[in-house]
Design a protein around this ligand. Structure first.
Ligand SMILES: [Zn+2]
Ligand SMILES: [Zn+2]
Length: 933
């Protein structure tokens, strides 16, 4: 997202850049899952960050009426009540669905509210709202007027449970262990059987009831003598022709293919080529219909069983082979899909697709990760006409009326009373509704007022269209993303640019960027699924760890193209981070109280008094005499803000979260606050009167100096803490809101931290680079001393002197900041030396040598016991080795290297024994007396 932010706080509102983003509308029937939580966390972080960076940010929420899913939900309820939608009738059923929606439809948005989603709830939409329905109708009528909508009989994927056509994208294929039935069709000549058979193979024997031919390859030598012959269709006793078609594969099955145009897309094409009739043998529920002879009324699988039995009885079953093949299931209800001829409405997709391809080719829409552009092109370049009709009751009913007199169709913006062709009033509305994606594909234009855009109400469209970004999952790239691009580019051209000029393609696209988010998997990188039982419920996890910690976990792992292995151990870690922030706040307020007790309100007043939060130019940031830790932490803050901005600009949520984490926990809490504690000492201040009566060098005056030092440290503390809250706010909105209000003692300069300014990177003061370097050296020194202390066993609380060999520059730095080193590494004194005293444990780095001066005290009794044990062990080992080496038989048989190894081991043990005996001799005799090791 390479949008440039405003350059100054004073920028005019009119030039305010916009950031708009559409929530992929969840189904009204939906419940929040981890995928939603990731996607919404990402959208929320980006929206909050843009808003805080001076953008006019809009995140627009809504829900989808989800035709099939919602209808199914209510149908289940009706079944449980012992009734059905058919018994209820269309009108009552639709009313019932609305009632369901009013009751339960808001659940998923309520869940979203828990996650802190900063959407504009005043703009919440539902795809069946009146306003959006107008857009759906206009789009349909317009496409019809443009000759881009037609109606025809084609093979569609039919779900017998949902009783509707479903799109190719809504069919999921599973590998299925089925059979290949081989059936003999008797050859007929002059109406009589010749005694010969042509054997065909099929995976769906029940469809044979609708066979109209058998096809063979014209060059298949096996069947050359059957050219022009006829066959008797078993069970139906219908005479059908043998046809020749090069499409037939000679290798598959027997090389002879039954042709059922009404139940298979390939057969349908064959039927068209050979002008064959189509016989539909099934009804909407996949029961055999009146065209199925004796099998009429049977369910498709019952019919299958009976047909196979009957064929066997008649000696027409040539064989049954095991056969593994892919079977399509309805994505919604998992019922096996039945390819079936049916009359549907289609959108002629080509002109729309071409424009949508061009828009991406020209870079008007960009994909992150980039590879999704390739997937998009592949699909768009092989796109089929879009079947937009569904045989459902819940949805946008197609605005077309059939005439009983002239049989023509009237499509209209207003419900007509008469046929547009013959003026008859014998018209009835189409019963089909539109595919759900037809309305959701229009959302980017319809939510901003299309098609009713007038000069008076066009502000929204002008401000927010094209939207800036779409964040979504790859699974709806075609369902939704591609269709929004097609419909957006097609219809937004209706709206000229604000200056009246025609809308170019670059301004017609529904969004400028598409960010495809990754999958959330379980801790073992397995896909979450109900069958595996590894599904994590975001609401449960939020209850357990808090929204902020869960959001931060997702952000800390989110980057383009990388799936997330969600591990609660990490969430625990980020809950600890949230606690760290609370503790820092507690420490801050404690110091504020202590300052107030001695009459210091300064640092706090500075924050509040400014009226707005940019207090970057506080006097203590630059200049001489300012403690280096103050200059350093402020410079670090700006540096971090820069890194977070860059990371978010590139969808590196992980980097952004980690920078903030390192800054707050590492730089701020572990280093800065530990150093600042040296100065955070408030002593009671004498009154002016008291002060006047005392000597100028008195204790009290020194206390006053101390207090002003403490006040300044507190000032920096408050300043950096408050800025950190703003930095953290897009990631952890709940905690930061609460603490931010507390920092301002209930009188914040903005309504919410979310409406304050995001910390912006800037050069803190001249020469911030040397500060980083200097601080790094000091940190390295402290780290080395801490490591040395551990190595030589200095007790945790003990303080010790150190020896330091350093060049003049570092020596100066260490002298100036000796109190920091002393405090953080528990050092009593820094001895600057030319060479480290021999015998001391030391560490060597590129810029210094350091050693701890430590005399270890030991427990003499324990040491004597240890040494005595060691000596006994060595003596035993030595005796064994000597015995073995003195054994002539062993020496003559053992390989040389074994003997050599044994000799080496003997020598080593002898040395260890000697050392242990010496150490024991050197232990003091009086056990109560500590000694030098
Ligand atoms: Zn279904
Ligand atoms: Zn008519």
């Amino acid at each position: 997202m390479k949008t440039t932010g405003p350059t100054s706080d004073q920028e005019a509102l009119g030039d305010q850049p916009q950031f708009s983003i559409l929530l992929p509308p969840p189904n009204v029937t939906g419940r929040l899952h981890m995928g939603h939580m990731l996607n919404q966390t990402e959208m929320d972080i980006l929206t909050r960050w843009r808003r805080m960076s001076g953008f006019r940010a809009l995140w627009l929420p809504g829900t989808d009426h989800a035709g099939i899913a919602t209808q199914m939900m209510v149908e289940r309820q009706l079944t449980a009540e012992g009734t059905s939608r058919q018994k209820l009738g269309r009108e009552a059923f639709v009313e019932r669905v609305w009632e369901w929606k009013r009751h339960y439809g808001g659940a998923i948005l309520d869940q979203m509210k828990r996650l802190g989603a900063s959407v504009d709830w005043s703009r919440e939409y539902f795809t069946m709202d009146e306003r959006l329905s107008v857009a759906v109708r206009e789009a349909f009528v317009k496409l019809h007027e443009q000759g881009l909508i037609y109606r025809g009989a084609y093979i569609v994927n039919w779900c017998p449970r949902c009783q509707t056509a479903i799109s190719d994208l809504e069919v999921v294929y599973d590998e299925h262990k089925g059979h290949l039935w081989e059936i003999r069709y008797p050859v007929h000549e002059d109406g009589r059987e010749t005694g010969e058979y042509l054997t065909i193979a099929t995976t769906r024997p029940e469809t044979m009831l609708g066979d109209v031919a058998v096809a063979i390859h014209p060059e298949d030598e096996r069947y050359r003598h059957l050219h022009g012959k006829k066959l008797r269709l078993p069970l139906m006793n219908r005479e059908i022709p043998v046809i020749l078609d090069e499409w037939v594969s000679r290798e598959f099955g027997t090389g002879a293919v039954k042709v059922t145009p009404a139940h298979d897309p390939n057969d349908f094409a064959l039927g068209e080529r050979h002008h064959l009739p189509s016989i539909n043998v099934m009804d909407d529920t996949a029961h055999i219909n009146e065209n199925g002879g004796a099998y009429a009324g049977l369910d498709r699988y019952v019919a299958r069983k009976k047909i196979v039995e009957d064929l066997e009885a008649q000696g027409l079953l040539a064989g049954i082979k095991d056969h593994t093949h892919n079977v399509g299931h309805c994505d919604r209800c998992k019922t096996i899909v039945e390819p079936r001829l049916s009359t549907q409405w289609f959108v002629k997709i080509q002109p729309l697709a071409d424009k949508a391809i061009e828009a991406v080719e020209k870079g008007h829409v960009r994909f992150t990760p980039e590879m999704y552009a390739k997937t998009y092109f592949e699909w768009m370049r092989n796109i089929h006409d879009w079947c937009i009709s569904r045989q459902l009751w819940w949805g946008h009913r197609i605005p077309a009326w059939h005439c009983a007199v002239c049989h023509k169709i009237t499509v209209a913006r207003q419900d007509p009373t008469n046929c547009a062709h013959c003026n008859s009033d014998q018209i009835t509305q189409e019963t089909d509704v539109l595919d759900t994606w037809f309305s959701s594909g229009l959302l980017p234009v319809s939510v901003f007022g299309w098609p009713n855009i007038t000069p008076e109400n066009r502000a929204d469209f002008d401000t927010f269209y094209p939207t800036s970004l779409l964040v979504t999952g790859f699974d709806i790239l075609f369902f939704w993303v591609a269709r929004m691009i097609m419909l957006g580019c097609w219809f937004s051209v209706d709206v000229p640019m604000p200056d009246g000029s025609p809308r170019p393609l670059s301004e017609s696209v529904p969004f400028r960027e598409v960010y495809i988010h990754a999958l959330v998997r379980d801790a073992n990188r397995e896909k979450m699924s109900k069958t595996k039982g590894n599904v994590i419920d975001p609401i449960e996890i939020v209850k357990q760890y808090g929204t902020d910690a869960v959001r931060f976990t997702l952000a800390s792992m989110a980057s383009p193209g990388t799936d997330i292995a969600f591990n609660v151990a990490r969430t625990e870690g980020y809950r600890a981070f949230a606690n760290k922030i609370w503790n820092a706040a507690r420490f801050l307020f404690m110091n504020v109280d202590r300052a107030a007790e001695v009459g210091i309100k300064g640092p706090f007043e500075i924050l509040r008094g400014h009226g707005k939060i940019s207090l970057i130019n506080l006097p203590f940031i630059g200049g001489e005499g300012i403690p280096m830790e103050d200059r350093w932490i402020v410079a670090m803050l700006y540096k971090t803000a820069g890194q977070v901005n860059d990371a978010l600009d590139n969808y590196r949520f992980d980097e952004a979260a980690n920078e903030i984490y390192q800054f707050f926990w590492g730089s701020f809490c572990d280093w800065y606050l530990e150093i600042a504690k040296l100065r955070l000492n408030f002593s009671p201040t004498p009154s002016r009167e008291e002060l006047m009566q005392r000597e100028p060098t008195s204790e009290e005056e020194r206390a006053l100096d101390g207090n002003s030092r403490a006040a300044r440290a507190l000032g920096v503390f408050v300043f950096v803490f408050e800025a950190s809250l703003r930095l953290l706010s897009p990631f952890m909105p709940f905690l930061t809101e609460e603490l931010w209000r507390a920092v301002f003692d209930g009188e914040p300069p903005a309504k919410s931290v979310a409406l304050s300014r995001f910390p912006r990177p800037r050069v803190a003061s001249t020469g911030s680079e040397p500060i980083f370097e200097q601080m790094e050296v000091l940190q390295a020194l402290v780290i080395e001393v801490r490591a040395l202390r551990k190595e030589v066993g200095v007790e945790e609380r003990a303080t010790i002197p150190i020896e330091l060999r350093a060049d003049a520059q570092l020596a100066k730095l260490a002298k100036e900041n000796h109190d920091i080193i002393e405090r953080l590494a528990r050092v009593t004194e820094i001895r600057f030396v030319e060479t480290i005293t021999g015998g001391l444990s030391k560490h060597h780095t590129a810029s210094f040598d350091v050693a701890v001066v430590y005399e270890r005290t030991i427990d003499v009794a324990a040491e004597r016991e240890r040494l005595t044990k060691d000596i006994a062990k060595y003596e035993k080992g030595l005796a064994a080795a000597e015995r073995q080496l003195g054994n002539e038989g062993f020496l003559s048989k053992a390989p040389t290297q074994v003997v050599e190894g044994l000799k080496k081991q003997e020598a080593e043990t002898r040395l260890l024994l000697k050392k242990a005996r010496e150490a024991l001799d050197n232990l003091p005799q009086d056990e109560n007396q500590a000694s030098e090791a």
